[in-house]
Write a protein that binds this ligand. Structure first.
Ligand code: BMA
Length: 361
C-alpha cells in the first residue's frame, strides 16, 4: 500500500534532519492506518492466509504466496493475521500447526509487499497446563501476576514471545511494525483471562505487566497495541476493563455471526453496527484507531453475505480493517473466506471490487 512508503519516507526525512522525536515503527504503522482511514479505505484481512487454505497447506518457499482469497479474486488480503500460541513453550509450530519460522518468512514478505501484520496470542494455561480455553480455575491470572506462584514461569513465556517478535526485521535490520492483540475477547468467559475468571484489577495488571515487559524492558517499539473485546457488550461494558490510552493504540472488536443464515443476518448486522457506532465515538474521544479485528460467518452458507450483510454493516464506520478468521485445511466446515467454487466466491469478488475495500496491490 502506498501509505506505508509515504510515511516511512517522511519519518526517515524527519529523523535525518534531526527534527523532533523520531517516529517509532509503531508510530509509522499507526500513521499509515490513519492515512488509509482518512481516505475512507477499509483494508481486508484474513487469519493464517498464507499458511493454508480450504484444500491445501503451504509446504515451503514455492507455495507461501498462495491464499484462498487470491485464488478467488486475484489479490491477497492486505492484513495478515497470525497467532503466537505455542511460542511461550518454545514450540516450533503454533497451535494450528504453522511453523513459526515459516510464519516469519511469509509475514516479512507480506510486509515488504506493503501488507500489514497482526498477531493474536492463544497461550497455554500457565496454571493448569491446559490450553487458552481451559477455564477450570479462576486463579490463573492472579497466579501469574507479581507475587503469584506462576509469575516466574509466565515471565519466561513473555520472554519467549519477545524473543520471537524481535526477530521481525526488514532487509535493513529495522524492526517491522505489527499490530499486537493479546488478551482478546475478555468480555466473554471462554479464555482463562476472561470476564468471570479474573477481576478487573487483575486483568488490568496483566495488561500492564505485558506492556511493561515488552516495551520498557525489551524495547519493542514496533508494536501497535490493540484491545479486542468480544461483541455483546454496550459502550460501558466495552470500556470496563480498558487498559488505558497510554497502552492502547487501537480499539478492536471480535464479532461473529452465529446461527443459521439468512435468519441470523439481521441480528449480526445490528449487533455489529451498534458496536461500531460506539467504537467510532470512542475512537474520536480517545484519539484511537478502530478496527473489526475478527469477524465472519463460518462456512459462508449465504452466497451474498459479503455485499448484503458484511459491507452494509461496516460501511458507515471508520474502521482501519476487517479481518475474517481462518480457512482450516483439516476441518472442511471451518472457513471464513471463499475458495474457488465456494458459493459466496462471486459475491466476495464484488465486495473487494469496491474501491474502498483494499487488498494487497
Ligand atoms: C479458533 C479456531 C481454532 C483455533 C483458534 C486459534 O477460533 O479456529 O481451531 O485453534 O481459533 O487460531
Amino acid at each position: 500500500m502506498k501509505y506505508l512508503m509515504t510515511t516511512i519516507s517522511a519519518a526517515v526525512i524527519l529523523s535525518a534532519c534531526g527534527g523532533g522525536t523520531a517516529m517509532t515503527p509503531s508510530d509509522m504503522l499507526i500513521a499509515d492506518m490513519q492515512a488509509s482511514v482518512s481516505e475512507d479505505r477499509i483494508l481486508f484481512g484474513q487469519q493464517d492466509a498464507y499458511m493454508y487454505g480450504h484444500t491445501w497447506r503451504a509446504s515451503g518457499m514455492e507455495s507461501r504466496f498462495r491464499t484462498d482469497v487470491a485464488d478467488v479474486c486475484g489479490s491477497h488480503p492486505a492484513v495478515l493475521g497470525l497467532d503466537l500460541g505455542g511460542i511461550e513453550l518454545g514450540h516450533s509450530d503454533n497451535l494450528d500447526g504453522n511453523p513459526f519460522d515459516y510464519m516469519r518468512l511469509a509475514a516479512l514478505e507480506h510486509y515488504e509487499r506493503g501488507g500489514i501484520i497482526t498477531f493474536s496470542w492463544h497461550p497455554r494455561n500457565p496454571l493448569t497446563g491446559g490450553d487458552s480455553w481451559d477455564v477450570s480455575s479462576d486463579k490463573v491470572v492472579s497466579s501469574i501476576l507479581e507475587g503469584g506462584d506462576r509469575h516466574e514461569t509466565f515471565m519466561e513465556w513473555l520472554a519467549r514471545c519477545a524473543d520471537y517478535l524481535e526477530t521481525f526485521r526488514d532487509a535493513d535490520g529495522n524492526a517491522v511494525p505489527m499490530i499486537f492483540r493479546p488478551w482478546h475477547e475478555h468480555t466473554g468467559s471462554w479464555f482463562w483471562w476472561g470476564q468471570d475468571l479474573c477481576s478487573t484489577e487483575e486483568y488490568l495488571a496483566l495488561w500492564k505487566m505485558t506492556y511493561a515487559y515488552l516495551v520498557a524492558e525489551r524495547n519493542l517499539d514496533n508494536l501497535v497495541w490493540a484491545y479486542s473485546p468480544g461483541a455483546g457488550v454496550d459502550k460501558a461494558g466495552y470500556m470496563e476493563r480498558y487498559p488505558g490510552d497510554e497502552i492502547i493504540d487501537m480499539l478492536g472488536l471480535d464479532c461473529y455471526q452465529y446461527g443459521e443464515a439468512p435468519a441470523s443476518n439481521a441480528v449480526y448486522a445490528s449487533q455489529l453496527k451498534e458496536s461500531l457506532a460506539f467504537m467510532t465515538e470512542l475512537g474520536r474521544e480517545h484519539g484511537k484507531l478502530i478496527a473489526l479485528t475478527e469477524t465472519g460467518l463460518e462456512g459462508l452458507p449465504y452466497p451474498e453475505w459479503w455485499t448484503e450483510v458484511l459491507y452494509p454493516a461496516i460501511q458507515d464506520y471508520p474502521i482501519a480493517y476487517v479481518l475474517v478468521w481462518r480457512n482450516a485445511c483439516d476441518r472442511p466446515e471451518h472457513f471464513y473466506a471463499p475458495w474457488p467454487g465456494q458459493e459466496s466466491a462471486e459475491d466476495f469478488c464484488r465486495f473487494v471490487s469496491n474501491d474502498r475495500i483494499v487488498l494487497l496491490d
